[in-house]
Ligand binder design. Structure first.
Ligand code: UD1
Length: 356
């Protein structure tokens, strides 16, 4: 039997993590072609994830690299269109909210190739975030919208999108269940950094809204420096550049390290006393691992983690961050917000029905 072709487009770190369980679910029912835009290109931002999650190498690597939003997205669009023209896939699959997501979505929509969006319906309601623009536009040209949460389904409904919407759960939960077991066996990060469970906080920052605003970045560094514990801080390349340019002093309790692979970040998260982050994925992983999370933003797409009492929005307010760190210790229930860990299988089932 000739299998239908699904073309998956990824390009940035969190997309490799999300695509891995879906690719595994698709393998027997579809011919999957993988395009890597090259938005993330450092070994530690890209290759390490393919190796750890045993993903096969991309069929196409576009090598787009860094640039302004228009330049980066435009370069991707030109190349993706060429590939889709010759490939003629039955479906295009995109993930999340990056420039790679938008480029893939636009290319498919303009060519009238059906598009599926994994992690549809997420909203921060902050249009100053490039990710918010990418999400809204992608959702409005998608035929299948795979939502991780009820809030996402409701957001789409308020924008008039009700057809093709499926609440499948979160593929990051699938990924976590698969990867945590391996991470516990393979990661040596605690030993190599000399850390014990609960003896440190873990920080990550990469949102443009924080990194590209020197006053916000300075406030974050000051707040992290005033926390009474070791802060392990794997530094995203964008953030490193900004810290260097600002020439800011780094307090002695902050340990800046290179970005780490997925196994190491899971172990660092699982054993942290607290996670301080502006990452979307880590807010969810903190919840799923039962670790308190202080989010260094004013709003979040993952509102249910806040409502459940395990995530606090502190922005870059030093007092709010210090107070939360010192005196807030959630211990309440953890309802299953992100499905049952079978989101990838569900996506595969719905795609199969759609393409019957
Ligand atoms: C992107 C996504 C964001 C996602 C994040 C995960 C957009 C608009 N944003 O932000 O939604 O949460 O990825 O990390 O798509 N750089 C390197 N090496 C790399 C990658 C990046 O040095 O491997 C540097 C480049 O100087 C680049 C900067 O980091 O200019 C930012 O990279 P960019 O591709 O804009 O995305 P992120 O900030 O990572």
């Amino acid at each position: 039997m000739l299998l239908k072709t699904v073309c998956t487009i990824v390009g940035a770190r969190p997309q490799f993590i999300k695509a891995a369980p879906v690719s595994r679910a698709l393998v027997n029912s579809f011919h999957e072609v993988l395009i890597h835009t090259g938005q993330h290109y450092d070994y530690g931002m890209s290759d390490v994830f393919f190796q750890e999650m045993e993903m096969r190498p991309p069929d196409y690597h576009l090598g787009v690299g860094s640039g302004t939003h228009g330049e980066q997205t435009g370069k991707m669009l030109v190349q993706i269109e060429k590939i889709l023209t010759s490939l003629k896939p039955n479906y295009v699959l995109v993930y999340g909210d990056t420039n790679s997501t938008l480029a893939g979505a636009l290319a498919a929509a303009k060519m009238q190739i059906p598009l599926a969006h994994v992690e549809a319906g997420l909203r921060s309601f902050n249009r100053a975030m490039p990710e918010e623009i990418n999400r809204v536009l992608t959702d409005h040209v998608s035929r299948l919208l795979f939502c991780p949460t009820n809030a996402a389904v409701e957001n789409l409904s308020k924008e008039g999108i009700t057809k093709g919407v499926h609440r499948v759960g979160d593929v990051m939960y699938d990924a976590l269940l698969q990867n945590l077991v391996l991470a516990r066996k393979r990661s040596t990060i605690l030993r190599s950094l000399g850390l014990r469970k609960g003896s440190y906080a873990l920080a990550t920052i990469h949102r443009a809204g924080n990194t590209d605003d020197p006053s916000r970045m300075a406030a974050i560094m000051e707040a992290l420096g005033s926390i009474t514990t070791t802060v392990v801080f794997p530094v995203h390349p964008r953030t490193r550049k900004m810290i260097q340019e600002m020439d800011t002093s780094v307090a002695t309790n902050i340990r800046l390290i290179e970005p780490v692979g997925h196994f190491d970040i899971l172990i660092l998260q699982e054993n942290a006393d607290c996670i301080l982050t502006d990452s979307g994925g880590m807010q969810k992983e903190a919840y799923l691992l039962g670790v308190r999370c202080i989010t260094l933003r004013e709003e979040t797409e993952w509102v249910e983690t806040v409502q459940a009492g395990w995530n606090r929005l502190a922005g870059v307010d030093g007092n709010a961050i210090r107070t939360a760190f010192a005196s807030w210790h959630p211990s309440g229930e953890q309802p299953a917000l992100y499905g049952n860990g079978q989101a990838a299988e569900e996506i595969c089932r719905i795609l199969s029905t759609e393409l019957m």
